[in-house]
Design a protein around this ligand. Structure first.
Ligand code: MIC
Ligand code: SF4
Length: 831
């Protein structure tokens, strides 16, 4: 079944025209990313040649997706926006709140009990506001989106950083905070700084042990966790077209780990095959008809350096399998160097667990290839050394791989199949013994391997690799094992070698599923009741944040000067904290508990400047809040890397932190801070980070003249009585400054709505009349000018003729205005 086919049809009908206009405005051939962006401009957005990395542009995405852990906050905000229904097709997916422990069936039952209140809340809000609801167990948001909703040339946003997965089907799909999703669901424009463009040319063809995952592992090594910030990565070349659609999805998915706005691929046959296999032959047919618009113009891929801001080339024929980690996804080690690196760096070489699956690597192809290795265990008389787990991405994939015998193959190596959910990838893993905090190694095919992420143990060394490599390493139980060159000794004492993995791209018998787990919303949701218990510890209705007081912020305390990596996992931990994602006050008790304090190098231990004692970060901040004292958080590079969770911005806001000042921000987090009415600032001079002292009292000066591109001043009042002043930068545009002043973007939205609503009926009528007159006047003048201009081809004469005509028709004021504009236009054309 195809969802929202009419929406896709309407977009495809408009795309060629919009792209032609955009090409004219830009003045050169277009990349695919530009084609998609320009054909999704919001109706109020004027078309022009936007400055990449500079212009703020208003877009109209086609759809919104939310997962349970972020949807709670997004929907609580949407409820206070007072709209009866979502303005664009939207979905909620229950995938993050299922703890992996005993196996799919038991774990799902447990989650349905433990999180019943939240699932019921999400189901009823979805029902009321026209949102499609995917029940717990249906699958992981991105896999479900790829299977059902993603389509070439579309644009979507999602409240999860890995929304970018849909780039595998040729979309521009972007991860955002819940407040951004609220804008789009409320029918407003969605603003984004026009991205820069990175082109990745893939030559050659994947073979043997190398898989799509290795492409992104390699790219992460080249670009690092910050290298893609503010950019769309567009992949092309023979290597791109020769790989599967789901492989492309994997590459795009993990593109979140380089900070990229998103990644995408041009429409090709692999996408068409995937659409057909997932029951959407109708979309494939439509896409085929406009296929030249669903990829870049040929000139672009012929001379990419002319059209992209940066170009990278990777030869798939010679690309080695990689393993990235530990503790950061960009520490890329090619397999041939893994042994040396592991020994040199003292990484524990015994592998305890291999985990495959997740949103990024649980396609049919991935599972088939991993199973081809698992099968060799019995065939060659081997025994799997490490524990092994699988988290399928969707019920459709799970059902199909079970039917095709892969699950029973994995069973034979003692594997545990967890629910179709995030599970261990997001720390929802009840791993036996993790509380002992022992140094140990795990390998997985997920995206992220930040400290403590998977099992809460800061001493777990987690490495990211392809499902194939993870399976081979789990069989060997040894990080220094290279399946390309090394032999294993089997139960009979013989030396055996694993053969390279093989597997079908798509199931020969087609996909199948009994109950995909979808619940359509009520046609008319107005009668549906959504209730939130005031005594709940899982859900809490939101109270609006206070507006700015209209003055500079003086007498702020330093909450923490965070040292080194400070991801959203450090700012608002997941795992057991996920359960409070709908309760702002409760989840605020995890604020920055993972961050390292620069002054004592300790985690979750900062000085309370009111007492001089050291205490946990949230406790200290609550003490400041109780006294009405604002504070500031200082951070290092790429602050807020990782997730889209806006809790990382709402918690400090809720507890009274006024500004976050860092060397640099990750994109989504910076926007989240702005949306929640916080000050997101960066050091004008990064070395000033060193000037901030533990007991400083800080003033932010210049807010009464807060303006785009105008620095603010930070005064550091040191405890020895000395004073220093440093300059700080910001990226707020005029609109975003209004969010700050109103206290949040939501406050600003509600204020505009109520002032528009308050306009009296006669006033509204008058405005409408004025607009109608204007359009009519424009038409009259346009016609007359055209007629006059036809008589001559000389530009000067054209202007003269236009002026003459204008004099004749311009008797009324509105007509006069329109006429003046037309003459100006004619004059401009002359240049
Ligand atoms: C993640 O992979 O970190 C998550 C959990 O999916 C997050 C979303 C969240 O924090 O809820 C993401 O990537 O945005
Ligand atoms: Fe879930 Fe992990 Fe994918 Fe995030 S990266 S959506 S936690 S599976």
């Amino acid at each position: 079944m195809t969802f929202d086919l009419d929406m896709i049809k309407a977009l495809y009908a408009a795309m060629p025209g919009r792209i032609a206009k955009a090409r004219k405005a830009v003045g050169k051939p277009l990349t695919l990313s530009e084609k998609i962006l320009y054909s999704h401009l919001h109706s109020d957005q004027k078309l022009e040649n936007f400055g990449r990395g500079k212009s703020y542009v208003d877009f109209a995405p086609d759809r919104v997706a939310m997962q349970d852990a972020t949807a709670q906050m997004a929907l609580l905000q949407f409820m206070s926006a007072g709209r009866p229904k979502v303005a664009v097709p939207s979905t909620v997916h229950c995938d993050h709140l299922i703890v992996a422990k005993a196996g799919a069936k038991d774990d799902l039952t447990a989650a349905n009990n433990e999180s019943k209140e939240v699932f019921d809340f999400l189901a009823s809000v979805s029902n009321k506001y026209g949102i499609g609801f995917w029940k717990p167990g249906a699958g992981i948001i991105h896999q479900v989106v790829l299977e059902n909703y993603a389509f070439p040339g579309g644009m979507m946003i999602g409240t999860d950083s890995h929304t970018v997965n849909a780039g595998g089907l040729g979309m521009v799909a972007i991860g955002v905070g819940g407040a951004d999703a609220v804008d789009v669901m409320a029918g407003m424009a969605w603003e984004l700084k026009f991205p820069k463009l990175i082109g990745v040319k893939l030559t050659g063809k994947l073979n043997g042990w190398t898989s799509a995952k290795d492409v992104i592992l390699k790219v992460a090594g080249i670009l690092t966790v910050k290298g893609g910030t503010g950019a769309i990565v567009e992949y092309f070349g023979e290597g791109a077209t020769s790989m599967s659609c789901t492989g492309k999805g994997t590459i795009c998915n993990m593109g979140a780990e380089i900070g990229a706005t998103t990644s995408t691929f041009g429409y090709d046959e692999s996408m068409s095959r995937y659409l057909v296999a997932t029951g959407r032959a109708d979309v494939a047919k439509l896409a085929d008809k406009i296929k030249e618009h669903l990829t870049a113009d040929p000139e672009v891929y012929a001379s990419p350096e002319k059209y992209f801001d940066q170009v990278i080339e990777i030869n798939l024929s010679t690309l080695e399998p990689h393993l990235n980690g530990p503790f950061t996804p960009d520490l890329a080690t090619p397999l041939s160097k893994l042994k040396d690196e592991a020994i040199k760096n003292g990484w524990p070489t015994k592998i305890e667990v291999g985990l495959i699956g997740s949103c990024t690597n649980s396609s049919y192809e991935d599972i088939a290839r991993a199973a081809s290795l698992a099968k060799q265990v019995a065939d060659k008389g081997l025994k799997t050394k490490a524990e092994f787990t699988i988290t399928p991405g969707s019920e459709q994939v799970r059902y199909t791989i079970e039917r095709d015998g892969f699950i029973s193959t994995f069973d034979k190596i003692g594997a545990k199949v967890f629910a179709n959910a995030c599970g261990p990838c997001i720390g929802m893993w009840n791993r036996v013994g993790a509380d002992k905090k022992e140094k140990n190694t795990i390998v997985h095919s997920f995206n992220r391997n930040f400290q403590s992420r998977n099992d809460g143990n800061p001493n777990t060394y987690a490495f990211v690799g392809s499902p194939e490599l993870v399976t081979a390493l789990a069989i060997a139980g040894d990080l220094t094992f290279n399946p390309l060159t090394d032999y294993l000794t089997n139960e009979r004492g013989e030396k055996v070698k694993l053969e390279a993995p093989t597997g079908d791209e798509l199931p020969k018998k087609g996909f199948d599923v009994k109950d995909p787990g979808f619940q359509a919303p009520a046609k008319d949701g107005s009668k549906v009741k959504v209730s939130v218990s005031p005594t709940s510890d899982r859900l809490q209705l939101l109270a609006p944040f206070k507006p700015w007081e209209g003055t500079d912020l003086k007498g702020l305390r330093l909450l923490i000067k965070a040292k080194g990596k400070c991801t959203t996992d450090h700012i608002s931990m997941a795992g057991k904290w996920l359960k409070y994602r709908g309760h702002l006050d409760n989840i605020s008790n995890n604020l920055l508990i993972g961050a390292t304090n620069y002054f004592n190098e300790a985690i979750n231990s900062v000085k309370n400047n009111l007492t001089g004692a050291y205490d946990e970060v949230p406790k200290v901040q609550r003490a400041y809040k109780a006294k009405g004292i604002g504070s500031i958080v200082v951070g290092d590079e790429n602050y807020g890397e990782g997730s889209s969770r806006e809790h990382a911005a709402m918690e400090p806001r809720h507890l009274g932190v006024r500004a976050i000042l860092v060397k640099s921000f990750a994109r989504i987090h910076e926007t989240n801070l702005k949306k929640q009415g916080m000050l997101a600032l960066t050091f004008a001079n990064k070395a000033d980070y060193d000037k901030i002292r533990e007991d400083d009292v800080l003033d932010i000066v210049g807010l009464t003249k807060f303006a785009p591109e105008k620095q603010l001043e930070l005064v550091l009042n040191h405890s020895d009585g000395s004073k220093e002043s440093i300059m700080v930068n910001h990226t707020y545009n005029a609109n975003q400054i209004e969010w700050f002043k109103a206290g949040s973007a939501l406050n600003a939205m509600n204020a505009t709505k109520s002032s528009a609503g308050k306009a009296s009926a006669p006033k509204k009528k008058a405005t409408a009349k004025k607009a109608a007159k204007k359009t009519a006047a424009k038409k009259v003048v346009k016609k007359a000018v055209k007629k006059a201009a036809k008589k001559t081809t000389k530009p000067v004469a054209k202007k003269k003729a236009a002026k003459k005509v204008v004099k004749k028709v311009a008797k009324k004021k509105v007509v006069k205005k329109a006429a003046k504009k037309s003459v100006k236009k004619v004059a401009k054309k002359k240049k």
